[in-house]
Design a protein around this ligand. Sequence first.
Ligand SMILES: [Zn+2]
Length: 275
Amino acid sequence: MKWENLTSLDFENQAKQCGGVGIIPVGVLEAHASHLPLGTDLFVAYSSACRAAEIETAIVFPAYPYGINIETAHLPGGVVIKRELVFALLENICDEMYRNGLNKIILHSGHGGNRYYLPLFVQTLPEKDKSYTVYYANLEFFPGAEDILETTEYGHAGEAETSMLLHIDPDLVKMDQVPPMPFTSLKRNAELKEVGAYTQVDWYSMYPHMYVGDASKSTAEKGKTMFDHEVDALVTLIQAVKADRVTPGFVEEFNQRKSNPTTPDFWTSPGEGEK
Ligand SMILES: [Zn+2]
């Protein structure tokens, strides 16, 4: 259910009925070539979260466009939030969800550029002694794409993402404004990639126009297939999070142990099991 649609009177009860599970759909506002809306990633994350939460109940936080996306700052309409703010704001939101009875928080991203930020957010949470558990939904982008798409290079604003939007909200897709020709990675960072080097212009080196492949091949039907797969994967994840009786205990245990580091018996006493 959608957080913003609930009344204050109903919220407490619904949070309990959801097993304390809340979802934050994280996108960004950024250029998606010439034909998709700036909020594309947000729409994908939000719609799939809302659909999944209808199948396996959870409270979905309002569409949240504050991720990491400096890589599109050279094109109009993108909003880049300072990194410190991005981390602080998400922490603030998680704290507020917990204060309102949601102690299991799922971060569901619709934006590829969040793939380092959200895991880092989760990884560094023990710095703050939080009593809630955060689960990064590390799901496949465009699941099932290989089986149905005509192109093999189909990411950002290409056949896959355009198809998704055609399914979610066709009125927002301007097929008559699709770039006049397909775009293949310029691979200007290929030699560096080959030796494992990652730079701050990694994406820009490949796709400076924020367009991958050929969107003219997109259809709502293809979009529905990928969208349904994504929803299925998220439903499975919500179910596992609800059933998780282990991780919250580990969070508590780790928070206590880190304030008083001690030598585990396992290092020195053969036969002693380590919990
Ligand atoms: Zn996107």
